[in-house]
Design a protein around this ligand. Sequence first.
Ligand SMILES: [Zn+2]
Ligand SMILES: [Zn+2]
Length: 235
Amino acid sequence: MDWDAIRRKYTEDADSIDKARKIHAAVTERVRRLQIPLADTPLSPRGVIAALPYDLLAETLSEVWAELMGGEPGVDLEKALRAFAADEPFPEEQHAAAEVLSMLLRPAVTGYLTLLREKNEGLQEAETGSGSCPFCGTYPRMAFDSETSRELACLLCGKQWRFQRIGCPFCGNADHETLGYFDVEGVEGVRVQYCSECKHYLKVFDTRKRAIRDAETEDVLSLDLDTAAQEEGYL
Ligand SMILES: [Zn+2]
Ligand SMILES: [Zn+2]
């Protein structure tokens, strides 16, 4: 993560960015110490999220909480981790802690899944040009275009894979009449691709026009596009 770039872009949020940075470092450091299993058969994308060691990750996060925030989190971290990994909203009783929770949960799930993917790289099923992540099954939010090809990026496990240049990863629609683009002033080299068939959107980064840092950082630097797409009614 390029935290300095994020801080330069969102100067008014410096305090919460610094807090997120500290939490991210502490969580990442602890997740690296966990035992990452080596599977003996190919992992199926469906099974990867289901088999996350939620109890272990929750324990790790409560240690970070005690160290940085002091005391007990007062929320069920295991339940929150499950909701986050399944891309579901936080349980209602946890809304008050939502900001700190999202700072904690993302590096735990992403850090663990990235290590698991790297360790089991040889055991993954062949990439099929699928719209969802070939490793963890999550739908991508971002794509990187080069001169001749497009790669989708999974924000949950860090996987990137080739995909057709004209197409919606969510529903498979490849009709240019119902796929479109728009951009947002002030964010260079990124466009929103929207699909009128399924109403989903994707942020497409042009690697010829923009110096790409890493997917997580680019995602944060382009939040204005998410806001614009959601205001237009896209999911
Ligand atoms: Zn993934
Ligand atoms: Zn679609």
